[in-house]
Design a protein around this ligand. Structure first.
Ligand code: SF4
Length: 477
């Protein structure tokens, strides 16, 4: 893995360690989304906003625009220059049209909003409300001045994703092959770090359980990684394999899915009633012993999840992986073959008589069968588990991994692409730099090592200069 050393050198080169009057009215024609787009584009300014309490606020990083559940912007960084030492705070930013929306939308009681460091709003009612998290931490508020937008056009259909970084100039000047090499080096570095974490897990849990746990976590990606990790710990591979027929009952019971209303499916759902009854009969004898380990009702994030990806279906996939474990091991251990094809064929071919036709325990049967694991999930499992292990055992597998296409991107990757390559949102989501797992992993590594460490809005980031010193030559790619 020679390339990873070059990226490590880029990180540690001796030239310094890596870096990293309120409006009164609201334009009712603009939606909250448009205000978010203007803020993200920097149209409200970054230096300096004035917080409601009178102190100055500097936006150091606008973060990643989150279009899913949770705060509007994650990975943001702000500084409060009037506070002693003025440390940079990192966390999420929420933008509401009305300050009161924080409470009326339930953010104050929602732990997903606990890392919010700044609450932006455009107006408030007769009394100025406080913004507090579920941990009772007070969050700084800034009332944005919409008059600053008077001469700004409404953002077009393709909303800005992120401001181009200072590094886009040196990157733009590089031939494509050199960018490929740089990203491959960062991806190798990332893979080696994953492998070190993997070795620590193996030392504690043993190879098979470590592998099972890693696969379970990818089944929970991305909202439910923690509950899947907990389940794999509390119902380890050995237990699930020993239970065989009762494994699904234990998984559903420990997940909390055999509580109301699933246990009382509609009378007409005979097949479901029979299935739940069978699961319950396996869960019931062990319930008193295991109940204290069962996940709480709020352990699962279900909002915004597509029915095909419901955790209950993913539990069925987990059960099938345990059941067919010798085949999973054989895939990792095989010396030859085409790993991507073999793993994808195996994972997308997993079947379950009930879950092939059901989204959830309470949904009506589907007309057509649906795979337990689709190609997107299989590709994630390949990139995050199968290839890192296979390459560690046989480095020649890297050539195969290099060709692994990605099945999807995410906001963080796209934001990084927009910053590094100064492209619009559409290109960031579909362009050349997000098409392979190697590119995505390399981009994420650079983003985490530099963008997320930077507290100068690119000004003091050393990546642009280090790109010029990177060792590009003599690499076959
Ligand atoms: S922080 Fe550094 S790596 Fe990130 S966009 Fe700015 S210059 Fe580029």
């Amino acid at each position: 893995m020679e390339l990873s050393h070059r990226y490590a050198a880029l990180l540690t080169s001796p030239d310094g360690m890596l870096r990293e009057a309120p409006a009164e009215t609201l334009d009712s024609e603009k939606s909250e989304l448009e205000f978010q787009a203007h803020w993200f584009a920097g149209d409200f300014g970054a230096n300096f906003l004035t917080a409601t309490a009178g102190e100055r606020v500097e936006i150091v990083q606008f973060g990643v625009w989150n279009h899913e559940a949770g705060p509007d912007f994650s990975d943001a960084a702000v500084r409060f220059p009037d506070r002693p030492g003025a440390p940079v705070l990192r966390g999420s930013v929420e933008l509401d049209t009305r300050a009161e929306d924080w409470e009326s939308h339930g953010h104050g009681a929602n732990p997903a909003f606990d890392d919010v460091i700044l609450h932006l709003y455009l107006r408030h009612g007769a009394r100025q409300p406080f913004t507090r998290t579920s941990q009772h931490r007070q969050v700084a508020q800034v009332q944005l001045d919409r008059r600053q937008l008077d001469h700004r056009p409404t953002p077009p259909g393709t909303l800005p994703l992120a401001k181009a970084g200072r590094c886009h100039a040196p990157l733009r000047g590089l031939p494509r092959e050199k960018i490929h090499t740089l990203l491959a080096a960062a991806a190798q570095y990332r893979m080696e770090a994953k492998h070190r974490r993997w070795q620590r897990l193996v030392a504690v849990r043993g190879y098979d359980q470590a592998l099972f746990q890693s696969l379970a976590i990818t089944l929970g990606y991305k909202e439910n990684k923690l509950p899947f990790a907990l389940l794999a710990q509390r119902l380890p591979l050995k237990v699930l394999r020993a239970e065989a027929r009762g494994a699904m009952g234990l998984l559903l019971g420990l997940s909390g899915f055999l509580r109301e209303p699933e246990f009382n499916p509609k009378p007409e759902a005979q097949e479901t009633r029979d299935y739940v009854r069978e699961c319950w009969e396996h869960w019931w004898p062990q319930r008193s012993a295991l109940e204290r380990l069962a996940l709480a009702d709020d352990a699962w994030t279900l909002g915004g999840i597509r029915p095909a990806n419901h955790p209950q279906r993913r539990l069925a996939a987990m059960r099938q992986l345990a059941r067919r474990w010798p085949e999973v091991r054989a895939l990792i251990d095989q010396p030859g073959g085409n790993l991507a094809k073999d793993v994808t064929r195996f994972l997308t071919g997993l079947r379950d008589p009930f879950w092939d036709h059901h989204y959830t325990l309470s949904s009506a049967p589907m007309a057509k069968p649906l795979a337990l694991i689709g190609t997107t999930r299989a590709t994630e499992m390949l990139a995050n588990v199968f290839f890192p292990l296979a390459i560690a055992a046989r480095p020649a597998r890297w050539e195969e991994y290099r060709k692994l296409p990605t099945a999807s991107t995410n906001r963080r990757v796209e934001t990084a692409v927009a910053r590094l390559f100064a492209v619009d949102a559409e290109t960031a989501g579909r362009g050349e730099w997000v098409k392979t797992a190697v590119h995505q992993q390399g981009i994420l590594q650079i983003y985490e090592d530099f963008c997320l460490q930077d507290d100068s809005n690119c000004e003091n980031c050393s990546f642009p200069e280090r790109v010029g010193k990177f060792e590009f030559q003599a690499v076959e790619y």
